[in-house]
Design a protein. Structure first.
Ligand code: SF4
Ligand code: SF4
Length: 297
């Protein structure tokens, strides 16, 4: 049995109470479980699917932090005992479904209580994933509650997204949204389809819409040497980026092996010199600042 999020509850895989790399300033970041892309290069593949409670990971836990419970309807559930967990992540390594038994369900009120606890040190919150917008009803309830709470209203509300949400979805959240970071992982539709499992038309539509609403904080480009096509399509990519407002940040991400599983582990990593070469090429087309990676592994 898979677990589904509800209007006022979210399935959360991780929370960072302080981050300075997920939007402007100091932010509390909530990573929601579940993604509708299946990127070959995903650095967190265990955030893609919801747990099916198959039980395969239970025996792998060296700390007795997982157990199987049979419910009244005879269906089994895997229960995570946070107090015993050492976060060794062996359960994630053995999961055959790109999932994670350590998902926690948060209500809007529980999330607000956590934000309230840290709000003196925060500039805002960012909802990330997985794909954050798959749990849009929760995001809407949370952002509305933040904006209408005198103690929290100063916090900016950001979404980090793969850009797959429909225009209608963005229109619903836009009144409560201060900014979004969107990934553009390839240019040609067939390359995008191959890399992430879907074509790019929704991503471009999202970037265009958010730019017109002044809600586009950052566009992130992934460079995979010899695989992604942003390099070979640099004229077209550059022409497109030049249409974005000046205030939109452009971030270049270098493909690395950290967290990746499967065939992409055999692909060449993007070195600093390769990234600098790509940056120079793109800069010659768009002549605007871009954020480069600070760490290469
Ligand atoms: S996390 Fe994976 S292995 Fe563990 S119960 Fe869920 S689906 Fe099965
Ligand atoms: S991360 Fe926690 S639940 Fe998973 S195997 Fe390690 S101790 Fe067990």
């Amino acid at each position: 049995m898979s677990v589904k999020p509800t209007q006022n509850q979210a399935l959360v895989s991780r929370i960072l109470t302080f981050s300075c790399v997920d939007g402007p300033g100091n932010r509390l970041v909530v990573f929601l479980q579940g993604c509708n892309f299946d990127c070959i290069t995903c650095h967190n593949p265990h955030t893609i699917n919801h747990c099916t409670h198959c039980g395969d990971c239970v025996k792998s836990c060296p700390s007795d932090a997982l157990s199987i419970h049979t419910q009244k309807n005879d269906q089994q559930r895997v229960i995570w005992h946070a107090d015993k967990c050492t976060h060794c992540d062996r359960c994630i390594d053995v999961c055959p479904d790109k999932s994670n038994p350590k998902i926690v369900r948060y209500s809007v009120d529980e999330m607000l209580a956590l934000i309230r606890k840290h709000h003196f040190f925060l500039n805002g919150i960012t909802i990330s994933g997985g794909e954050a917008t798959l749990q849009l009803p929760f995001i809407l309830s949370l952002f509305k509650a933040i904006k209408s709470d005198p103690e929290l209203a100063h916090l900016t509300c950001f979404i980090d997204s793969n850009g797959s949400l429909s225009r209608t979805g963005w229109e619903r959240v836009s009144p409560y949204l201060d900014g979004a970071m969107i990934d553009l992982k390839a240019w040609q539709s067939d390359t995008h389809l191959w890399l992430v499992g879907r074509d790019k038309h929704r991503v471009i539509d999202t970037i265009d819409y958010l730019a017109t609403q002044n809600k586009l904080h950052e566009v992130r480009l992934l460079h995979i040497p010899g695989k992604s096509d942003l390099d070979t399509e640099v004229d077209a990519v550059g022409d497109y980026l030049k249409t974005l407002p000046e205030g939109v940040k452009i971030r270049l991400n270098a493909f690395q092996h950290h967290g990746v599983i499967g065939e992409a582990l055999t692909w060449e990593k993007c070195s600093e010199s390769e990234m600098n070469r790509f940056h120079e090429l793109l800069f010659s087309k768009i002549n605007r600042p871009m954020q480069l990676p600070t760490v290469y592994t």
